[in-house]
Design a protein around this ligand. Sequence first.
Ligand SMILES: Cc1cc2nc3c(=O)[nH]c(=O)nc-3n(C[C@H](O)[C@H](O)[C@H](O)COP(=O)(O)OP(=O)(O)OC[C@H]3O[C@@H](n4cnc5c(N)ncnc54)[C@H](O)[C@@H]3O)c2cc1C
Length: 315
Amino acid sequence: MSRWDDAALTAAFAHRLRHQEPLSRHSTFHVGGPADLFLTTHTAAELETAVCLAGAAGIPVRVLGSGANILPADAGVRGLVIRNVSRRFLLEADGNRVTVESGMVLPVLARRTARAGLAGLTWGCGVPGTVGGAVANNAGCYGAAVSDHLLSVRTVNAAGEVREWTADALRFRYRGSPFKGKAGEEPAIKAAILAATFTLQPGDAQTLLAQVARWLEQRAATQPLDHPSAGSFFKNPDGDFAGRLIETAGLKGLTHGEAQVSTKHANFFINQGHASATDLYLLAREVRQAVEQRTGIRLEREVELIGAWDDAEDR
Ligand SMILES: Cc1cc2nc3c(=O)[nH]c(=O)nc-3n(C[C@H](O)[C@H](O)[C@H](O)COP(=O)(O)OP(=O)(O)OC[C@H]3O[C@@H](n4cnc5c(N)ncnc54)[C@H](O)[C@@H]3O)c2cc1C
């Protein structure tokens, strides 16, 4: 029996609404306890409906994409977790504008736009997340970020209000946006991202696809892609690299339980098999303390703690 009034969600989604779903199945770290309620939405319309119904019933909602930038608590997440796999792709009539539903994954978007001879999103070829997660996190690499080519974002909030935001009206920062709160804080805009529109530049498809291949090769050579991780755990501090600071502090290979600082890339923390979320959290805390003691620089998490982390001293 759920502690939430999930009658309307059950009526709309029937057997698709799950109870006590382990989030270890939905985080790239393969860790995390149960979500009270869990639903996979396949279209932007379904996502909108789920957010509205949960909002009307007073059920807190957390929307996830690929779970590639989160550390869900071992104690799980209260309320409804939505896994968003809405993936419609629309190349608009002017030929340079692309609108996608927010569950579209960046590697697919990168290839589709490259193949269409459109430059601007190819850097996403090796970033295993959705457009919604990428907008919330202002994901990026190789000097580019999602906000660079973003024209607008469509959202829905718990009151059911659908709104179109121009990118200019949203304050993006390095690995941050109004849709993602800083550690322990609520986001400035509490809403689910339904879709995003990008304006891209004409480019040569063969050149763009060759660039994709080079970037993927480079990632395979420098990142521990054979183990569960969430990419870079900490943000790069101004003028430096978190990985360099961690490596110089001699922390590569450090373990806590089955969580390890990768020996291949010091800012990647990996699950060696049966790590818990707490193992990863404690490993990261130890790394942060060691780097701070050595350099005076306090690393800021890029990976977001979600759910019931009541004991964490720095949510
Ligand atoms: C091997 C590896 C390499 C990586 N490399 C990079 C890299 O080069 N650059 C980089 O920036 N990141 C990188 N990442 C991290 C990750 O892929 C990105 O941050 C990605 O954008 C996360 O997207 P997601 O869909 O998985 O988001 P999730 O982890 O599911 O969610 C992240 C945040 O976004 C919110 N969110 C997700 N979808 C929505 C939505 N529709 N509406 C509102 N909020 C939403 C969530 O609530 C949460 O707050 C890497 C990760 C891995 C595992």
